[in-house]
Design a protein around this ligand. Structure first.
Ligand SMILES: Cc1ncc(COP(=O)(O)O)c(C=O)c1O
Length: 310
């Protein structure tokens, strides 16, 4: 195993116009994605051979590209979809996490005028993984509320999914120091935002709440909003003060990497009775059932891999 590539050895990717094993993917050190964190991305999953909410992920991706002013990408929406399919099919993956990234690219002069960059596009598909371990998914996880505040949206728009995450990194080391692996960040007014890779929900007095702003508009979050309508549970996207999270009856996080995952304690204080609550459990069940609904899933065309090999 390449000691610098860890988990990335297993999958199939695409970079600079060619399919490439993930372990061999490289970007030049002159790419502004590396030097400035000037990039955006999206992450989608394949469950039992089908993409989940492909259209919604592509819509969010297109919005990010527009916001970041990446005007020299070589691949349009349909081509991006084709390449996502190509990576999963070539990797032979039935359950996969796929990350697709645009970087600003390398400037053509040493003055680093960003307008001279050719934007770079890359994708990697890995076997499916989750934010929480299997055990934590069953029993709930222990999270902390970090002292580090989330980078304000006026500086970096969190709706443009990006790897500029030094606030999360700092918060995670706070969590490690407090015997936890997960940190949720507040904004400057002590309202809840999100964690690295996930949105958060609190259930209190029968009402579900999740932050309305200062966060990535997660596709899983949207799915929970839709599912709670079906369950006749009131769900509000609103300001969520830290005290609401601390006093909640149930708390869970949402992410493409794992779906809906229960939280059993916050800052070492149990949430509810310290076990996943009935609403969380019901939502988890419905979330995975929804993957069987053709309105939400797009089958991977695995035959493209065989055709390419001929
Ligand atoms: C900062 C952040 N918030 C929330 C999420 C959850 O979004 P989604 O449900 O679309 O995966 C992610 C996903 O990676 C994220 O990076």
């Amino acid at each position: 195993m390449d000691k610098h590539n860890g988990y990335g050895n297993a999958g199939m990717g695409f970079i600079d116009g060619a399919y490439t094993p993930v372990s061999e993917m490289r970007i030049p050190v002159t790419d502004m994605g590396f030097q400035l964190g000037d990039m955006c991305y999206d992450a989608i999953h394949v469950h039992k051979g089908s993409f989940f909410r492909l259209k919604d992920h592509l819509d969010r991706w297109e919005n990010s590209i527009r916001e970041r002013r990446y005007t020299t990408l070589d691949f349009d929406r349909d081509q991006v979809a084709e390449i996502l399919n190509g990576c999963v099919a070539r990797g032979g993956l039935k359950d996969s996490m796929i990350t697709f990234v645009a970087t600003r690219g390398s400037p053509s002069t040493a003055h680093k005028d960003l307008r001279t960059c050719n934007n770079r596009f890359m994708v990697w598909a890995l076997p499916y993984y989750k934010v929480f371990s299997d055990e934590e998914e069953r029993t709930g996880s222990d999270i902390v509320i970090a002292d580090t505040i989330r980078i304000p949206p006026e500086s970096v728009d969190p709706r443009v999914k990006n790897f500029g995450r030094l606030d999360f990194v700092r918060a995670l080391f706070e969590a490690y120091d407090r015997d936890s692996k997960y940190a949720v960040l507040l904004d400057r007014e002590d309202n809840v935002t999100e964690g690295r890779g996930w949105n958060v929900f609190a259930l209190r007095g029968g009402v579900l709440m999740s932050p309305d702003s200062g966060v990535l508009e997660g596709i899983t979050r949207r799915t929970v909003v839709e599912l709670s309508e079906k369950l006749n549970i009131e769900c509000r996207l609103t300001k969520v003060p830290a005290t609401t999270l601390r006093d909640a009856d149930e708390v869970f996080i949402t992410s493409t990497a794992g779906g809906i995952m229960p939280v059993r304690s916050i800052d070492k204080k149990p949430v509810g009775d310290g076990a996943p609550g009935p609403v969380t459990t019901r939502l988890i069940d419905l979330y995975w059932k929804l993957h069987e609904d053709p309105a939400y899933s797009t089958p991977v065309r695995y035959d493209v891999a065989a055709a390419a090999a001929e």
